[in-house]
Design a protein around this ligand. Structure first.
Ligand code: PNW
Length: 461
């Protein structure tokens, strides 16, 4: 285990995801994904928005590379769309989909930017969902084939790979709370999906020889609002954090998790050898951090919080959100990031990368060619300072990626909530991109040698 000081390199970058930016959903043989289906259902997404056009990055990849290059960043984190590469989820390979990612990767490398590829950022091929999606073990098997196909084409140029992005969202928002695709609402389904996501991650290693293979988790510090809330907070911590870290680090679901989800003790689901395969299967851990979680003991009456269904089996849970908040209603608390990094380093001993951090701000106005998103700059500055403190305390943090390059399709929130360093004018036919004040500010941070930041070679110490 290495214990760097702040003088060791911290790579800086920006992140995006395929469905949120690409558009071109029916082009070059791409098959439908669960998000195409979900967004077409009335009432699922604010404003009835969808990713049909998104930021049209499929056609504007050169423009986007130029924007990334303009930041001067060390690395760019993006995701591959599984249904662009395997339109039916398995079997037939669509080379035009691979060609697109090859153009992107080559463009990044020419610009001296390290590509960091995420295999699964939620756009499951609809054909696999039709067979049960992540509720079925064979989806994890198909994921391995997909990883192999992607790696065969790009593995000579991409060395940093993440398997899944935020499997908590894919499993529990998608199958238990029903607020993300595929929009199913059954508690046990969330747990089944979680196990199959972990299995897919672990098995995919074999398909990624020689790569640095990580998984991106949206771990969160869980802070009970009162002593009485300690037990519900423990349940939240189990589903949000320990359901992933237990198998990955210890090769086991812990007792509380098994009590919440008896299905995880069912040998039909968790088969002999599964947990051994998952244990130690990550070379690095990506952490997406936005906000802490503050559980309170609820009365069981009143309006449930929309995310409550994503903690199935945790009874009488209330989720309290303190001030100040960003435009999406998430509490701003940089100390949560500091604590999370120090604690996760202690718990896992793994190299950590902050694969997402950023803020939704109500900054949509372009005035005289400028967008003054000072709230976003404050958020990013305070969180980068928290990263420095965690590194000083010994946390092995190798990179920090801002979410996100472009204002894009923000899932169930549609286009109304914007996290971009670059404004996208949705009313202009060419989806005009305008770098915001935060873009220029971040470029200055990258250029400044302060704190040992800005060194290349994300996972190479
Ligand atoms: C993450 N929640 O999503 C994703 O990785 C990004 O694609 C997304 O744009 C970003 O964070 C900002 O939201 C989340 O409801 C979406 O708890 C929703 C939740 C958490 C993360």
């Amino acid at each position: 285990m290495t214990t760097p000081t702040t003088s060791s390199p911290l790579a800086l970058g920006v992140a995006t995801a395929s469905y949120q930016i690409e558009g071109a959903v029916a082009e070059d043989g791409r098959g439908p994904s669960i998000w195409d289906t979900f967004t077409a259902e009335p009432g699922r997404v604010v404003g009835g928005d969808d990713g049909v056009d998104a930021c049209d990055s499929y056609h504007r990849v050169e423009d986007d590379i130029a924007l990334i290059r303009g930041l001067g960043v060390d690395a760019y984190r993006f995701s591959l769309a599984w249904p662009r590469i395997l339109p039916e989820g398995r079997g037939r390979v669509e080379t035009r989909g691979l060609d697109y990612y090859e153009r992107l990767v080559d463009g990044l490398l020419e610009a001296g930017i390290e590509p960091v590829a995420t295999l699964y950022h939620w756009d499951l091929p609809q054909a696999l969902e039709d067979e049960g999606g992540w509720l079925e073990r064979r989806t994890a098997e198909a994921f391995v084939d997909y990883a192999g196909v992607a790696h065969q084409r790009l593995g000579d140029r991409v060395t940093s790979w993440a398997t899944h992005n935020e499997p908590w969202c894919a499993a529990y928002l998608g199958y238990a709370a029903g607020v993300h695709a595929p929009g199913r609402s059954e508690g046990a389904a969330g747990h089944r999906a979680a196990h199959h996501l972990l299995l897919g991650h672990a098995w995919a290693r074999e398909a990624l020889p020689g790569a640095h293979v990580g998984i991106v988790l949206n771990l969160a510090p869980v802070w009970p609002e009162s002593p009485e809330a300690a037990d519900v907070a423990d349940g939240v911590d189990a589903i949000r954090n320990r359901v992933w870290l237990g198998p990955l680090v210890d090769g086991a679901y812990d007792e509380r998790m098994l009590a919440i989800a008896p299905v995880l003790a069912d040998p039909g689901l968790v088969r002999p050898g599964d947990l051994d395969a998952i244990k130690g299967s990550a070379d690095w851990l990506g952490i997406n951090y936005y906000t802490p979680i503050r559980p309170a003991l609820g009365t069981g009456e009143g309006e449930p919080h929309p995310e409550q269904g994503a903690y199935p089996g945790v009874e009488r849970l209330d989720l309290v959100v303190r001030e100040p908040r960003t435009d999406i209603g998430w509490e701003i608390e940089p100390r949560g990031l500091e604590e999370l990094l120090v604690e996760t380093h202690r718990r896992t001993g793994l190299p950590l990368v902050i694969t997402e951090n950023g803020a939704a701000c109500a900054d949509t106005e372009v005035v005289d060619g400028r967008v003054e998103d000072t709230d976003r700059i404050d958020y990013l500055r305070d969180h980068l300072a928290a990263v420095d403190r965690a590194r000083d305390a010994g946390a092995d943090v190798r990179g920090y990626f801002v979410w996100t390059l472009l204002d894009n399709f923000e899932w169930a929130e549609g286009y109304a909530k914007t996290f971009g360093l670059v404004h996208v004018d949705r009313s202009s036919p060419s989806l005009t991109r305008t770098p915001k004040a935060s873009y220029h500010w971040f470029a200055e941070q990258v250029a400044a040698p302060a704190g040992g930041r800005g060194a290349a070679g994300l996972l190479t110490p």
